[in-house]
Design a protein around this ligand. Structure first.
Ligand SMILES: Nc1ncnc2c1ncn2[C@@H]1O[C@H](COP(=O)(O)OP(=O)(O)O)[C@@H](O)[C@H]1O
Ligand SMILES: N[C@@H](CCC(=O)OP(=O)(O)O)C(=O)O
Length: 370
């Protein structure tokens, strides 16, 4: 099943006075369901909802913004819960640290994966209430690109108040033309102007920056206007918006290749074969644990004939040593609890060049944030 991250800007959720307008959320929720994909929603609008609830003006200080977001986030989630009912929604509030710290990144990834498995709609926003100036990503366009990466998404859809990237800001340049497809993101960066609408943060500049992050991770970005109706029409095949094509298609996990492994898991022939067939590494197939590594660290996986794969370990080396060779049902008995069946999950693992025909080293890329 396809996985899509839909980012909805404040401008797509609010009325002219800047207050959350529930029918807009309903239309978006309906369109999201029509995508027929696993969808994570990055929703802005906490500050706008807080302003609406308290009748407050646009915040000028960080504490005011934090407090308004604290009020508004609860309102926003209530509205999304109503919009998606009877499906449940799951709130994720992330800060920049959750993206840049490897362990927190992996932790968030696991929670997100589980939410998809539960069949609920993850709704994400920046944790504005505790995000100090240094801790802030500052805009949800950037956040959504990282979420697309986190969720291993196929597509990042940025829903905004303008139907795509134009040759200039269409609000100030009426003769600006929409660009349908962008193959080289660096060639269009200069077209964006900063802070766009009265409510939005970052304008087209942060959208293109987000598209750049997504592109590096092998994910296409679509910039689209028209709220739920626009999204529904786009889903039905209408030629709307701007598609920014990914640079490194199919290499979402390629960065793993360039990480130096903290340890090595030696596996038997059966486990090596399972990895080549695209399955996860279970403790059962591990015969030796080398090196010292923590939860979330990169480990190399060696088969009887040499290195096979590299991935993120779900267990620290000390725990891996204790559960190697065991069946999944035996893990809790040895460790006291079981967080994961897999020692390395297939979504967090890449076969080494030569192990998978479709993967070449030239498709690999750098680590996020570098
Ligand atoms: N080249 C451009 N093409 C389209 N829109 C642009 C361009 N440059 C600047 N913009 C502005 O970007 C705005 C969208 O960004 P923003 O207001 O931050 O929305 P959101 O709340 O959806 O994130 C548009 O309304 C437009 O004013
Ligand atoms: N996290 C903030 C929104 C930040 C932001 O990037 O807003 P927008 O440009 O409208 O997507 C909020 O919920 O109000």
């Amino acid at each position: 099943m396809k996985r899509v991250v839909v980012k909805v800007g404040s401008s797509s959720l609010t009325d002219a006075a800047g207050r959350i307008e529930p029918p807009r959320l309903w239309a978006i929720a309906r369109a999201v369901q029509g995508l027929n994909a696993e969808v994570a929603l990055v929703s802005s609008g906490a500050v706008a909802a807080g302003r609406g609830a308290l009748g407050a003006p646009r915040p000028t200080t960080l504490p005011q913004k934090q407090a308004l977001a604290a009020v508004g986030q609860a309102v926003l989630m209530q509205e999304w819960a109503r919009a998606f009912a009877p499906k449940s929604v799951a709130q994720f509030l992330l800060s920049a640290d959750d993206i840049h710290d490897r362990k927190r990144f992996v932790n968030a990834k696991h929670a997100l994966e589980r939410a998809f498995k539960l069949g609920v709609v993850p709704v994400l926003n920046e944790n504005d209430t505790i995000a100090t100036q240094e801790l802030r990503l500052g805009d949800n366009d950037t956040l959504s690109a990282w979420v697309a990466y986190l969720a291993d998404a196929d597509t990042l859809l940025l829903l905004t108040d303008v139907d795509g990237l134009y040759t200039a800001n269409p609000h100030t340049q009426p003769d600006a033309r929409r660009i349908e497809v962008v193959d080289d993101i660096s060639s269009v960066l200069h077209l964006a102007e900063g802070a766009g609408s009265a409510l939005g943060t970052g304008g087209m500049t942060t959208k293109l920056r987000a598209a750049q992050i997504a592109s590096e991770a092998g994910i296409d970005t679509i910039i689209l206007g028209g709220g739920g109706v626009g999204l529904e029409r786009w889903t039905a095949g209408a030629a709307l918006g701007t598609r920014i094509r990914a640079h490194h298609r199919g290499a979402k996990r390629g960065w793993l290749l360039h990480q130096s492994a903290r340890g090595v898991l030696d596996v038997d022939a059966g486990a090596a074969r399972a990895l080549r067939e695209g399955r996860s590494l279970l403790p059962k197939g591990v015969v030796r644990v080398q090196g010292r590594f923590a939860f979330g660290d990169v480990v190399r996986i060696d088969g009887p004939h040499g290195p096979v794969a590299q991935g993120l370990s779900n267990y620290a080396s000390s725990d891996a040593e204790r559960i190697r060779g065991l069946g999944s049902s035996e893990i809790a008995g040895v460790l006291g609890s079981k967080d994961f069946d897999e020692l390395v999950h297939r979504n967090q693992l890449v076969l080494l060049p030569g192990e998978r025909e479709t993967f070449t080293a030239s498709q690999a890329q750098g680590e996020p944030g570098e």
